[in-house]
Design a protein around this ligand. Sequence first.
Ligand code: BZD
Length: 812
Amino acid sequence: MSSPPATVDGFVREFLVNLNLERGVALSSATETDKYLALASTVRDYLVARWLEDQRMQRADQSKAVCYLSAEYLLGRQLDNNLLASGLTEIATEALAACGIDIDTMRAHEVEPGLGNGGLGRLAACFIDSLATLSVPSIGYGIRYEYGIFRQVFRDGQQVEKPDAWLALGSPWEFRHPEAAQTVSFAGHTETYDDDGVLRSRWVPAWSVRAVPYNYMVPGYQNGRVNTLRLWSAEATKAFDLRTFNSGDYVEAVRAQTFAENISKVLYPEDSTPQGKELRLQQQYFFVAASIADYMSKVLPDDFDLATLPDRVIFQLNDTHPVIAVPEMMRVLVDERKLDWDAAWAITQKCFAYTCHTLLPEALEVWSVDLLGRLLPRHLEIIYRINDEFLLAVRERFGDDERRLRDMSIVSENPASVRMAYLATVAGAKVNGVAELHSQLLREKVLHDFDEMMPEKFTNVTNGVTPRRFMRLANPELSDLITAALGTGWLTDLERLRELESYAEDADFRAAFADVKAANKRRLNEVLLARDGFAIADDHLLDVMVKRLHEYKRQMLKVLHIVTLYERVVSGRVAASDLQPRTFIFGAKAAPGYAMAKRVIHLINAVGSVVNNDPRLEGRLKVVFPPNYNVTLAERVIPAADLSEQISLAGKEASGTGNMKFALNGALTIGTDDGANVEIRELVGDDNFFLFGMSEPEVEALWASGYRPGEFAQADDELRRSLDLISSGAFSGGDRSTFEPIVSNLLYDDRFMVLADYTAYIAAQERVDAAYADRDGWTRSAILNVARTGFFSSDRSIRDYIDRIWHAQPVR
Ligand code: BZD
């Protein structure tokens, strides 16, 4: 199969054919949706020949493949990325113009698939981009949620969640393959049977669903490679339908279908707080069982020697969500392929590797034995056996150390439950954290006993982000400026940004760089005006905090900073004219059940409406909180930012990836010594980073000594005034009860030590103001941030995974 000619005429022809034949409309009567869908099909047509070839090669090829198992892929819009990857942007722009269509309206028409919560899901999307760009044979497996992360709206300043019907206009980037469906079973019981003199176990499930794959193209950046992302959708099986139809119960049959389809209906919007819900476990097993079956049946030949499976594939577990794949692989090898246990375990232990994304103990997933036993009885048996053998090994190594045996057991007592992170650690060939500090703390704390027993398993791979989306697409003007200085090639070799260092000393380059930042602010302004009716003044420092709302990330610290500035002016201690003009932008979704996070959202909006409308501030402070922060908005906000807020309590943010995107786009960071901030600061240098707050050991020490937040409020007059102002009802129309829970939480609990870091934070913000007053010096620092953070390309992360974990080879 060949692609249409890569010319403007060729593109026009293909586009019109798609519009006429696929949409059944003429150009003159086509709606925006018709045009967008025809355009997407056209871009697809250019990629499909390469895609088919790469799929054929992957089947024929003996080289090792990576199966990335992730419950989330936060892809962002596809059109622009696919145009860029295929080198068709200019041709498409001209071709559409020839048809009287502005390509920007087409871009704006796309609804992004929000199939993830935040950093973890976005990381998976960056990784599949880099895997394709590096020509690594790989496939991403996940779930095609019918509803992705909720759409956030604000009503009276409070978050309201609306369903995200991202499929409503059709989904032109996917290919449904019902013929490649897999059956995934649940529940029932296990039994032993005599298999020609060998006593074996088998699972007799009670019900099953059909997993139907939808394939997405994942094009590498202008390298002719197209990998696959395969997302599974749940449907009722024929057998399921037939049985109920035969019994004559139409209503019951339809109910059964709905029941099956529920499995992939909606993304759980909880991050860092596992739900322990049955449907969530169903989702997890559903997608990994389908993925393993898919890989085993489609890719491996019939006569394949399973002992060599580890030479052919590695399944990378993106957090614990897919860890049920471990007992599933054992079940397939032992029950279905009839391998003996030890052989199967030896294979399994080489075929999986586990990435941990958290340090919060409450975020570590556990499943109750009761639920697992009901939903996946055979898997529970397998987990028990894995645990028995593991505990024997622990005993062998450490003797009858009951503390250790209890703490390391995969199955814990009271309540009886399975610790998925432990299962992953025991089963995986490697365990990695996502930044140096995080990996170190994993070894020292969360998985300390495991590290003592098997230190060789532990490694680090610092996260990265794709520069194609977060530089080239999000910040075309900066990209052009860089290309003008360095030539092409840096987008796939991001360490080359180092060559920009000398340009930081070049006044013309600095002026051009500052112009780009100003243009990006104007572009953001256009988006915010159209979207939410906000505007940002040109001379304001743009101070941005965008990320999921969580207490450990400490949006509250940012709020206290704003309230402090406000209080200084309204109390008359500081003249408004002495304030550095700033606009604070927030973007954050709170998990629907996370009450404190939702209160903080309410408070941000409440502070915003007071601050924005108080004439005493003379317009020098603005708070902007556009609802529904997502990848599309991130692509506009990040390039415009001056200051990046990365202010989590040290030791809590595993890595962060927003921090990398901001630095690469020339924002300076104000941050704690946490996650990948540590590495960012090491690279950019102390002069180009505003560090503040306790280090992780200091946090530990203060906590151990008995943290009393009230003492910090007593010790800092401005902190007390700010808390008092919130308590007084100044931001809640005089009602003192509205934000009382926030203030008491800070004063009497403050798990994430906001008050302890407040004074240092305010002082660091003063250093920010002083630095920004020297605008040219600021720009110099911003350029150095770009020049020195090329390390954070996800291409580098993927190379690290290859070297340290996968040992797979790129195939050109
Ligand atoms: O993963 C995040 C971490 O908090 C960040 O520090 C890190 O940079 C990124 C990528 O490694 N974790 C998440 O985003 N976690 C979730 O979204 C999540 C989702 C469901 C259940 C539990 C956690």
